[in-house]
Structures are given as C-alpha cells and as structure tokens.
Design a protein around this ligand. Structure first.
Ligand code: SAM
Ligand code: SF4
Length: 323
C-alpha cells in the first residue's frame, strides 16, 4: 500500500485526462481555456498503464477529472479501461455536466459508480453569469437521469462565493429535500491566477457548519478511509450535505489521494511546487520502473499545503489538475 512519511495511505487517484474546458467559471478559467503547451494528453494506453501501476500499489478508487473530461471523445473507453483494471473497485467522474444528459448512459455502461457535478448556483441567471453557459436546467435534468438510471452515488459540488451563494444556503437545502444527492460546499481556494477574486469572494465553511448544526443536521460518522470532507445528514432530507474546508486545521491529516495531470505528471498535493513527470515510464508495459518511480516520489510528500501562507505552488487554476 502506498504510504507516506506521515503514515497516510493513498487508495484514491484523481486522474486528469485533459485540461481543456468549455466553461469559464469565475474562480477557475474566467477568460476561458488558454492553451500554453502542447495538447499531448495521456493516451488510452498510458492511462491503462497508470491505472494498473496504481492499483498494484493499493489504489482502489479512480476519479476521472479535467478540465472537462467529457470533452474527450474516448471518455467511455477510458472509463471502461480504468474500471476493468484488477484492484479498482470504484470509478468516479467530476464533470461540469455539459454532456451529462446525452452521455450518462454510456458512462454507466462503461462502469461508472459515482458522479460529481459542479453547480455553484441554482439560479439559472447566476449560473450563466458564473460559468458563461445557460445550461443549469439541462444539467439538473442530467442529474435526474443519472438517478433514474440507478446511479446511487451522486454528488453536487458547490464552490462557496460571497457574491453568489455565501449568504443563502436555503435554496440548496430545498434542492436536497427530495433529491437524494450529497451537496458539498467547497471553500474557494486561492490559486496562482485568482488572487483578487479569492480575496473578495472567500467564505468560510465553518459558518455554514454552525448553521447546519443549529438546524438539526448531524455529522455522518467517518470511515477510516474517508477523505477530508465532513458530511451531515438530517432525517427530513433525502440528500446530505458535505463541507470541504481546506483552510481548516488538520485538513491535510486525512489526505488519501494523489493526482496525475493530463500530461502525466504526479502531483503530490493540489498545491505542490511542481508536477513530477511519469511519462517516460508510460511508454512500455514494463510496470516495474513506473511502480518504483511512484513509490520513490511519494517520499517527498509534505505534511500539509501552505495555503494559509498564500503559497499556491505551481497551480495557476484547478482546471490544470482537476481539483
Ligand atoms: N470541469 C469539471 C468540473 O467543473 O466539475 C472538473 C474539473 S474542476 C477543476 C473540479 C472541481 O474543482 C469543480 O467542482 C470546481 O468547482 C472546483 N474548483 C475549481 N477551482 C476551484 C477553486 N479555486 N476553489 C475551489 N474549488 C474549485
Ligand atoms: Fe471548467 Fe471545471 Fe474550471 Fe469550471 S471549474 S472552468 S467547469 S474546469
């Protein structure tokens, strides 16, 4: 099992398959996708080799992310290849939902177990203002379709922003009253590119946590392998609430994930100083050099990120790496 110098185990891999995105979220790619490198993204064969190596090191869960992963035409093949890797028990995706309605059946057929969709406002006008796309209703109907098709693990990611949703969580609570999804409020994180936006918009998740507890929400008991999200349930609601608070004390203590960029670099932290290329080891089916490289590089993983000190590492925006 991949274990770092602090005893943390890494059973979860976040694998970015493209950094291209068609949305322009204010906090991520406000000017849209700008290409400043070759679009030489991991091929299906390279992805298969990575999945096999990580699985043999104890990885049980892979999340496909991006940029927007559904922009890759071979997404169903990628999903199928990851899910059929011996040792991989859970396959998830994070998407902006643009192609959810038309593609979810294919993703489920390919073996998808869990779906995260990003929705920062349930007001269509605000949604359009944040993302640049008038797609909220279509994305919501994509979520309904996923639930109707029997997908049981559906989450909605909502980045907290003062201007858009920080003051009013009731609309989101109403949404999960009858919709059996976990809605996760994510504290806005500072990245290399969003300093001013971050300073103006960051809202602490702890205020929402207090509100929830006062309203009778109860913490879900965490499993040993749970990551840093805190989850809450309420008997009157079919959905749950999650809080992801990267600025809170001890957030990194339960880190259980590693990240691979679409260019095949291992990022030991979302805010690491650099990605460490594995590409040379992905060119043949010989797994030993790849496995050795991953195990060796992991010894460099730091105990925490340095976001409190405004150090965002090499991460200009999260589309580079998949969040
Ligand atoms: N395009 C897909 C999507 O939006 O779901 C996948 C990639 S996106 C980078 C993954 C997640 O990171 C999304 O839920 C997004 O809202 C979140 N995210 C992006 N930038 C962020 C930031 N600066 N702070 C917090 N969350 C962020
Ligand atoms: Fe694209 Fe996701 Fe970034 Fe929005 S958060 S711009 S959908 S990568």
């Amino acid at each position: 099992m991949l274990t770092d110098n602090y005893g943390r185990r890494f059973y979860y891999l976040r694998l970015s398959i493209t950094d291209v995105c068609n949305f322009r979220c204010d906090y991520c790619l406000p000017d849209g996708y700008q290409c400043d490198h070759d679009r030489d993204f991991l091929s299906l064969a390279e992805i298969q080799r990575l999945a096999t190596a990580f699985a043999s090191l104890g990885t049980e869960k892979i999340r496909i992310t991006g940029g927007e992963p559904s922009l890759r035409k071979d997404l169903p093949q990628i999903l199928e290849s990851c899910k059929s890797t011996p040792g991989i028990k859970k396959l998830a995706i994070t998407t902006n939902g643009y192609k959810l309605n038309s593609q979810i059946q294919d993703w489920i057929d390919a073996g998808l177990d869990a779906l995260n969709v990003s929705i920062d406002s349930l007001d269509p006008r605000l949604f359009q203002s944040i993302t640049g796309h008038d797609k909220l209703q279509e994305i919501l109907s994509g979520i309904d379709k996923a639930l109707t098709l029997g997908l049981t693990q559906v989450k909605v990611n909502t980045v907290l922003m003062r201007q858009y949703n920080g003051a009013d969580i009731d609309t989101f609570l109403n949404f999960i009253k009858e919709t059996p999804v976990t809605l996760r409020f994510i504290e806005l994180m500072q990245t290399g590119d969003n300093h001013t936006f971050f300073t103006e918009q960051h809202v602490q998740g702890s205020r929402i946590k207090q509100q929830l507890i006062l309203a009778g929400w109860q913490p879900v008991i965490k499993e040993k392998s749970s990551g840093p999200a805190q989850e809450f349930y309420h008997p009157d609601y079919r959905g749950k609430i999650g809080l992801i608070m990267p600025y809170s004390k001890d957030f990194c203590a339960s880190c259980n994930r590693l990240r691979i960029s679409a260019l095949g670099k291992l990022h030991l932290c979302l805010f690491a100083d650099q990605g460490l290329s594995l590409r040379e080891h992905l060119q043949s089916d010989d797994q030993a050099p790849l496995i050795n490289a991953i195990s060796h590089l992991l010894t460099d993983k730091k105990a925490t990120h340095f976001l409190q000190q405004q150090l965002t590492g090499a991460t200009k925006n999260l589309a580079m790496l998949g969040g």
